[in-house]
Design a protein around this ligand. Structure first.
Ligand code: PLP
Length: 413
């Protein structure tokens, strides 16, 4: 038999699998599972008919460009539309600093590749999006966590961490943040905090990677574009690499996202993307471009906001009714997630076996940390399941929690 281990590079040997994808594979083998694990959009909210009509039109045209290789930076008319999208978010972008990526996940990976050498420090708020942790770890970054407060990253802690790392002669490559309805906490960074963070980044000469896939999905009447205005909107000095995506507002299967970066950084990203995939799927880009310019994306947003808010309400109500004070979470003002704390003494990793046996899943908090963490934390996604399935899943979760508590109390006798 071939011993493959000896053939792997050091990086290849130490690659880390995504905890959420692994969870998805486990869940797929359990019939009738209610999954609160995957942060997928609701499939009934995809604009199926409109996308079919657009795709038919594009393919019937037989225009070679629809199925041909495209430019690495993306389909030019789509980039021009993205510049307009950025203007609605308060960001002055241009065709020279905007790049289409194959999902924001690729954008995160590519930015990491051009900024980080193995051993360099990549700062992340804690908890942080597991997909970013995995991408940065796989390129050899030393991930260093920064505490988060209710209104976003703790800047005093951030400053102490950077001073410490630099005093130990380590290079700080960037800080990765998700200010709008963060995955996994659902938290919204306040606008004053965003300004303070940008000032801090200028003072300490640190680049920011701002990941914003959820900004358009806000719930409350009192939350809107003035609250979700990106950090990038105030970026006079070119310190922020901004990423966003059509995965949550149109369909993730299209794999179309984009980033806006200072021109010098965008040029490097284009070069590293050439080696990664030559270009993002051209048919996908053409579909998204049509969906944007015909108003399908924008006109669908109010319905998305209403439906995700309803799902969030249903999950919060069901958890309150089934478990009362046994479970707690910060109320999210948008996005796809509840970040919940299980009862005292629970270990979310260990409890997962019982939850799966009760046919309900979640992602354990451990996936979102890079150092110590509270073992009671779990991420519950309300985005994909139908309302009745959310209620059923919470009933199953509550019953598994009560069983676990009963076992814990007998074993402590
Ligand atoms: C914070 C965050 N960033 C990036 C991504 C990746 O999105 P995309 O589908 O655009 O690759 C996700 C997906 O869940 C996410 O939650």
């Amino acid at each position: 038999m071939t011993d493959y281990e000896q053939h792997f590079s050091r990086a290849g040997a130490h690659l880390q699998e995504s905890a959420i994808r692994k969870m998805g594979a486990v869940g797929a083998r359990i019939p009738d599972l209610v999954s609160f694990a995957a942060g997928s959009p609701a499939p009934d909210l995809f604009p199926w008919t409109a996308l079919r009509e657009i795709t038919d039109r594009l393919l019937e045209s037989r225009e070679p460009g629809v199925l041909q290789y495209g430019g690495t930076r993306g389909y030019r008319p789509l980039i021009e539309s993205l510049v307009e999208v950025m203007a609605t978010r308060g960001v002055r972008a241009s065709v020279d600093d905007t790049i289409v990526t194959t999902g924001s996940q690729q954008g995160i990976d590519l930015v990491g590749r051009i900024l980080v050498d193995p051993g360099d420090v990549l700062l992340v708020e804690l908890p942080a999006y597991a997909g970013a942790i995995t991408a940065f770890r796989n390129i050899g970054a030393r991930l260093v966590g920064v505490r988060q407060e209710a209104d976003g990253v703790d800047i005093d802690h951030l400053d102490r961490v950077v001073q410490r790392e630099r005093s130990e002669r380590r290079r700080v490559a960037a800080l990765y943040v998700t200010p709008n309805f963060q995955n996994p906490t659902g938290l919204l960074m306040s606008q004053p905090k965003r300004r303070l963070l940008l000032d801090w980044a200028a003072r300490r000469d640190v680049l920011l990677i701002e990941d914003d896939p959820y900004g358009a999905i806000y719930f409350d009447e009192e939350t809107g574009p003035s609250d979700t205005r990106p950090i990038k909107a105030g970026d006079e000095e070119g310190r922020v690499v901004y990423l966003s995506s059509f995965s949550k507002t149109l369909a993730p299967g299209l794999r179309v996202a984009w980033l806006v970066a200072p021109v010098a950084i965008a040029g490097k990203i284009e070069t590293v993307k050439q080696a990664a995939d030559l270009c993002t799927g051209v048919l996908d880009q053409r579909i998204v471009h049509e969906a944007l310019t015909t108003g399908i994306v924008t006109s669908g947003l109010p319905e998305l906001r209403r439906r995700y808010r309803e799902k969030c309400d249903v999950m919060e109500r069901a958890l309150g009714q089934e478990l009362g004070p046994l479970i707690a979470w910060p109320h999210p003002r948008g996005g796809f997630f509840l970040w919940a704390t299980l009862p005292e003494g629970f270990d979310a990793d260990r409890f997962l076996t019982r939850a799966l046996a009760a046919k309900v899943s979640y992602v354990t908090g451990s996936a979102f940390f890079v150092d110590e963490f509270d073992p009671r934390l779990v991420r519950l996604s309300f985005s994909a399941p139908a309302v009745e399935r959310i209620e059923e899943g919470v009933r199953r979760l509550a019953s598994a929690i009560r069983d676990e508590m009963a076992v814990m109390s007998t074993s402590s006798l």
